[in-house]
Write a protein that binds this ligand. Structure first.
Ligand SMILES: [Zn+2]
Length: 179
């Protein structure tokens, strides 16, 4: 199966540099050095608390959150960052009507910066339906480093699914019992 193109839309030089880093191992080393932490958000209640904290700080007037939860059935592609725009629109619609945020279960095991980033992304959808300029302005207001962390998260997800990323934290083949 062709690896999913997590880097679609990024400038060619960046993608080429990432490919070189993938083959010589510097990409994995760099990401691990940059994002060494693991967060302690294990439960849906803790996840709700974190989302609520971000919302109180930045989106106080947005409608209240009904539910925030980890969803083990969601893959990174389906949930993160509108990687699939069609699904993202469906997800945006669901958010608009149910004010519910679902985060792929794999984010339990990623760095705190990445979990926060997807929460910021989904919270921004409380106000902005589409991935337009207003949406990204809102994301950057909540997380000034939004663009860099989003790019690094895409690299992380790309690396973890690539054969060169076997043994990389979160790599599906490194986890026993996960197909
Ligand atoms: Zn989105």
């Amino acid at each position: 199966m062709e690896p999913f193109d997590y880097l679609a839309g990024y400038p060619r030089e960046l993608v080429e540099a990432a490919r070189r880093g993938l083959s010589d191992g510097s990409l994995a080393r760099g990401l691990l050095a940059r994002y060494p932490g693991r967060h302690g958000v294990r439960t849906n209640a803790a996840l709700y608390g974190l989302a609520q904290e971000l919302k109180q700080r930045h989106l106080r007037r947005a409608p209240p959150l009904a539910k925030v939860l980890f969803d083990e059935r969601l893959t990174a592609r389906e949930s993160a960052l509108g990687l699939n725009s069609r699904l993202a629109r469906v997800q945006g619609g669901r958010l608009a009507t149910k004010r519910e945020i679902r985060i792929a279960g794999l984010f339990r095991d990623l760095a705190p910066e990445f979990l926060r980033l997807v929460l910021v992304h989904e919270l921004a959808h409380l106000k902005e339906f589409d991935h337009g300029p207003a949406f990204y302005r809102l994301c950057r207001a909540m997380e000034p480093d939004y663009d860099q962390i989003e790019f690094d998260l895409r690299l992380w997800l790309w690396l973890r699914e690539s054969p060169a990323g076997a043994g990389f934290p979160g790599n599906p083949s490194a986890a026993p019992g996960v197909p």
